[in-house]
Design a protein around this ligand. Structure first.
Ligand code: NAP
Ligand code: MG
Length: 497
């Protein structure tokens, strides 16, 4: 490890990288049974990084069989929780030891700035694995206050075979939010990464094995399109934990209903409001935060503060500050540690976002940005973009998942709450005020799984449950509550006499 991790260091690492693209089933890297692959493309410059196994029914069956066998054997599920803790801690340590390699893989694959993958994605995944490992030997069951002739116990047991289907915006981190609690609780896991960003998941499986997670307990089945559906329909998968779009989330639930009624947990999209009241304690900080809330990670954030609601009395002054901040989010080379904004994940997503920009141009008022950039030849880059909109405009209602901010003006706090809640989504929301009563009143009225007051996107802390109201999903990732998703509750009644 060098101490000076400059642009050249990361470029060298990227060039030297050996990239694995095969599936990981029952403790081994294997090609798809069909031999089929799909190209894994870097959005930095559009080049093919490697070919990745395209898993279909035969591979999914093999992974499920390995997971079932390992679960039934009890070699993981039956371990003393302290032993599982030790292995999970070792696993977290290996993620940290391999931080640079994992961060470069993530940056190459998803276009995320290296400064983010080294400070958020990979360390966040290691922290998550460690946190659930540390927790698992500390959570017990209940002794129920039953009749004297009974002893009543309520315990939690692993569900069995858990499938995790995850998106591309935080590939390793969203995966860890699922596989860490699922593994800690004693389940056997099959992880299906997004076809747009499968590389870190593929690498992480080997580190899990190296840490001591037995073969078959953690499997990776990359695929394009159909692989997740096969898992959702599988009769021997007991639970599917999904993060992704609301449209696919609905299909996952239908697949669960069509097959074996597997538990289906959904973390879905958002269109989160960020409300600036006239008594906002610090307009400069609020403007910088509002820009970060939509431009961080190229706006490819489920919690993106994509609707900025500003009180009319401060609107002009505040929007001017936001535009000043937006100008700082110029895309750069994702491997350059000074880059704040990287590449959009692929040409499909870029076109989707540009489609929304077009809709915005015809209906709303463009304040800045809106154009594709050739930051690096062949890559997918977009200017930070801000529109002034009416709350009913298309770009103010639909999740764009790109660096496009909609500014909406309101006249009083009740109107702001009404606009904020007038959405199919309910993932996150924020309010800025100096008044404690207003802060609590508004927070209570906002229909969202997370509410921030005088901040945005705080909460890297694993103690906070994360998930949505309404069509943003069900269940929660992170915190001890996440263990509820991966365990069955059992009542045991013992008659004494
Ligand atoms: P997506 O298109 O729904 O895909 C998510 C995953 O599902 C991918 O692995 C995808 O595989 C797979 N998939 C696609 N079609 C499927 C089907 N019919 N059945 C089963 N699986 C299927 O979402 P995305 O574009 O990757 O991610 C962006 C979305 O994720 C946004 O809506 C964002 O808000 C949401 N998100 C939510 C959270 C949260 O915690 N609430 C966090 C991050 C992102 P392929 O790639 O192979 O098609
Ligand atoms: Mg990619």
């Amino acid at each position: 490890m060098t101490t000076n991790k400059d642009f050249a260091y990361w470029q060298r690492l990227a060039t030297d990288l050996q990239i694995e693209g095969r599936a990981f089933i029952d403790g081994q890297y294997v090609a798809a049974a069909s031999g089929k692959t799909f190209p894994c493309i870097s959005p930095i410059d559009g080049r093919v990084l490697t070919q990745v196994a395209e898993c279909d029914a035969a591979d999914v069956d093999a992974a499920v069989a390995a997971a079932r066998r390992s679960f039934e054997s009890g070699e993981w599920a039956g371990l003393n929780p302290r032993q599982r803790k030790k292995v999970m801690t070792r696993f977290a340590g290996l993620l940290r030891q391999n931080m640079d390699e994992l961060a470069v893989l993530e940056t190459l694959d998803a276009g995320k700035p290296i400064g983010d993958t080294t400070s958020v994605d990979v360390p966040g995944a290691a922290y998550c694995v460690e946190w659930f490992g540390e927790a698992i030997d500390k959570v017990g069951g209940e002794v129920v206050p039953a009749d004297h002739h009974l002893v009543g116990l309520v315990t939690r047991e692993p569900i069995g075979v858990v499938a995790c289907v995850v998106p591309w915006n935080f590939p390793i981190l969203m995966a860890a939010w699922k596989f860490a609690p699922a593994l800690a609780a004693g389940n056997s896991v099959i992880l299906k990464p997004s076809e747009k960003s499968p590389l870190t998941a593929i690498r992480v499986a080997q580190l899990a094995l190296e840490a001591g997670i037995p073969a078959g307990v953690f499997n990776i089945v990359p695929g394009a399109g159909n692989t997740g559906r096969l898992l959702a329909l599988h009769m021997d998968v007991d639970c599917i934990a999904f993060t992704g779009s609301t449209a696919v989330g609905k299909q996952i639930m239908q697949c669960a209903g069509q097959s074996n009624l597997k538990r289906a947990w959904l973390e879905l999209g958002g269109k989160s409001p960020n409300i600036i009241l006239p008594d906002c304690p610090d307009l400069d900080r609020a403007a910088a935060t509002a820009a970060g809330a939509i431009f961080y990670n190229m706006g490819e954030m489920c919690t993106a503060g994509s609707r900025l609601l500003v009180h009319r009395s401060i609107k002009d002054a505040f929007v001017a500050k936001v535009l000043e901040q937006a100008a700082k989010w110029v895309p750069g080379h994702p491997l350059d540690p000074n880059t704040g904004m990287g590449a959009i994940v692929d040409h499909i997503q870029l076109d989707r976002v540009l489609g929304y920009v077009e809709a915005g141009r015809s209906e709303s008022k463009l304040l800045t940005g809106g154009s594709r950039l050739e930051t690096i030849k062949g890559g997918y880059y977009l200017e930070p973009t801000v529109f002034e909109v009416e709350a009913h405009h298309k770009i103010a209602r639909e999740e764009i998942f790109g660096p496009v901010l909609s500014v909406i003006t309101f006249d009083d706090v009740d109107e702001a709450i009404k606009i904020a809640n007038d959405s199919d989504y309910g993932l996150a929301a924020a309010v800025w005020t100096s008044n404690l009563t207003t802060a609590h009143d508004v927070s209570r009225k906002l229909r969202a799984g997370t509410v921030w007051v005088n901040c945005y996107d705080e909460g890297g802390d694993m103690n906070f449950p994360f998930g949505g109201y309404k069509q943003s999903g069900n269940g929660r990732d992170k915190s001890l509550h996440a263990l509820e998703k991966y365990t069955e509750l059992k009542s045991t009644l013992v008659r004494l006499r």
